[in-house]
Each structure stands twice: as structure tokens, then as C-alpha cells.
Design a protein around this ligand. Sequence first.
Ligand code: FES
Length: 115
Amino acid sequence: MPNITFSNPNYRDKTVYAVAGSHTETILSIAREHKIPIDFNCADGECGTCIIKVSSLDDKGVMGTHLTEKEKVVLKENGKLSAEDIEKAEVGDVVPPWRLACQMIVRDQDILVEY
Ligand code: FES
């Protein structure tokens, strides 16, 4: 079961255990379930309000939940991803740190989410 630690300078870090079967849940839905105040607006990968930084808390590196098409567009518009980053993510399965909380699906891995 993955541990997700949510971190923000204005709040205490909070670690939650994503329950088995949560592999279709987004970071945002898990955060909301646990009353973690990640900003969001559209919840549909359009606005960029929910940008988060994700890193691995184990030695595996962040496993590839692929960037959605919406993430590519919104993260690029917000200066968080370059065309090169997108290519690396697609070709080399190198996952960039910036994601959209409303789009990223949790894998079975311990991660740190900065928001
Ligand atoms: S809430 Fe709008 S992109 Fe995630």
C-alpha cells in the first residue's frame, strides 16, 4: 500500500495510506478525502491550479504513470515542462516532477507530494 506524504510550507506534513484498490484514484481525490487543502478549480486537467511536485520516497524513482495529454498542455503552458521533457517522458519513461493532482493516478509506491 502506498504512503503519500503531502507537504506544504503552511501546513504540517501529512502522510496518508492509499487503500488497496485506489489505483484509479487521483492524488487530488485522495487529498480531498483526507482534507488536505490542495488548491484546485476544474478538477479536469484544464486550469493548472492543482500543479504539484512529486518525488519518490523510496529508491525506485517515481514510476511512470504517464502524463495525460491534458497534463502535457497545461504544464507546458505554465512553464513546468519543455518539449524536451515531454519527449523524455514519452521515449525514456522519465517522469517529470511536475504533475496535475487531478490527473495523476497513484501507483503502489511511497511518494512525496509538494503542493
Ligand atoms: S484542478 Fe484544474 S487542472 Fe487540476
